[in-house]
Ligand binder design. Structure first.
Ligand SMILES: NC(=O)c1ccc[n+]([C@@H]2O[C@H](COP(=O)([O-])OP(=O)(O)OC[C@H]3O[C@@H](n4cnc5c(N)ncnc54)[C@H](OP(=O)(O)O)[C@@H]3O)[C@@H](O)[C@H]2O)c1
Length: 297
């Protein structure tokens, strides 16, 4: 199957492209930056907001994995108008399956960013195309970055009442690849990390992993999204769920470097050795700073 991935250069896209290749698909990857196609990934230039490049990117494609987002600060610019434009072109191109990635809890806490995701979900469900919506909880990499942003402060403000369910993008990508290999589900599917932990656990494990010490000040984060999170609206009991914990992500097991270095490095797409930092086509873990890659000394 030939699959177009929007948001292929993003955190999840970096894991999904190799997962789709591993499952035997042909991958076309969309970006607003022109990139040279090499290996098995056919890069196409395009912009979801203007629609430029989309006709070419969708030509001859069977399915679309729509990951692109303008994020929490982008006021839904890609999530709503971009999704609308993509759907128009996808209908013209006769796409059989549109998989849209969303966030667990959009239906229960449709505020701020989640409001845009919910509206984009509606566009997808009413698109007339075969569709699947994969809602996941916060990615390890995204929380890692968020805590890093705060770590310059002398004291970390920590709301102990919040439950988090971090999930690994390699596992979200594997689930997305599995769903793309099946008929369009025509429903929303939740995918969460293996455990629900408090902000305290989240931050203290992160500080330990990064070798930092910071006093934590108990606070209560304001706003409706945090209130919904406090009430458990952003976590899920759905099965299957991920297996890689926050602790696993922050303390990856030491690589067992054997004599057969080559075979070890082709073990799986999530193998650290299969993620050369300079090759975005092969990268599975996005933003895995702090990970010691195995080297031969
Ligand atoms: N981050 C999380 O914790 C989390 C949790 C649950 C669900 N999700 C969902 O997972 C999906 C992927 O999130 P992510 O964190 O991997 O995203 P990300 O790292 O922020 O990447 C955003 C991607 O969107 C693309 N993009 C932005 N504007 C575009 C435009 N106008 N036209 C075409 N492409 C555009 C960018 O590509 P170029 O810059 O190359 O054009 C980039 O690849 C999203 O649907 C998000 O809502 C994320």
């Amino acid at each position: 199957m030939r699959i177009l991935v929007t948001g292929a250069t993003g955190t999840l896209g970096g894991a999904l492209v190799p997962a789709l290749l591993k499952a035997g698909n042909e991958v076309r990857a969309l970006s607003r930056t022109r990139r040279e196609s090499r290996g098995n990934v056919d890069w196409r230039w395009g912009d979801l907001i203007s629609g430029n490049g989309l006709e070419d990117a969708l030509d001859g494609v069977d399915a679309v994995a729509h990951l692109a987002t303008s994020g929490r600060k982008g006021v839904g610019a890609v999530d709503i108008p971009g999704t609308r434009t993509l759907i128009l072109f996808a209908r013209e191109a006769g796409i059989r399956h549109l998989l849209f990635t969303s966030v667990v809890g959009t239906d229960r806490a449709a505020y701020h960013y989640l409001k845009y995701k919910l509206e984009a979900e509606r566009l997808v469900t009413e698109s007339g195309l075969g569709w699947t919506i994969l809602r996941s909880t916060r990615f390890h990499q995204s929380l890692d970055q968020r805590i890093r942003d705060f770590s310059g402060l002398p004291v970390l403000p920590v709301d102990r009442s919040l439950p988090w369910q971090p999930v690994h993008t390699g596992e979200v990508a594997a689930r997305a690849a599995e769903l793309l290999g099946a008929r369009p589900a025509g429903r929303e599917i939740d995918f969460g990390g293996p455990e629900v932990i408090t902000t305290d656990d989240l931050v203290k494990t992160w500080l330990r992993a990064r070798g930092l010490r910071r006093p934590c000040l108990p606070v209560r984060y304001p706003g409706r999204v945090y209130a919904a999170q406090r009430a458990g609206d952003l976590t899920t009991d759905a099965s299957p769920k991920g297996r890689i914990t926050w602790n696993d992500y922050l303390f990856p097991p030491p690589a067992d470097v054997s004599d057969d270095f080559a075979s070890e490095h082709t073990a799986s797409p999530t193998s650290p050795a299969n993620q050369p930092e300079q090759d975005p086509d092969l990268r599975v873990y996005g933003g895995d700073e702090g990970y010691e890659r195995p080297t031969r000394s």
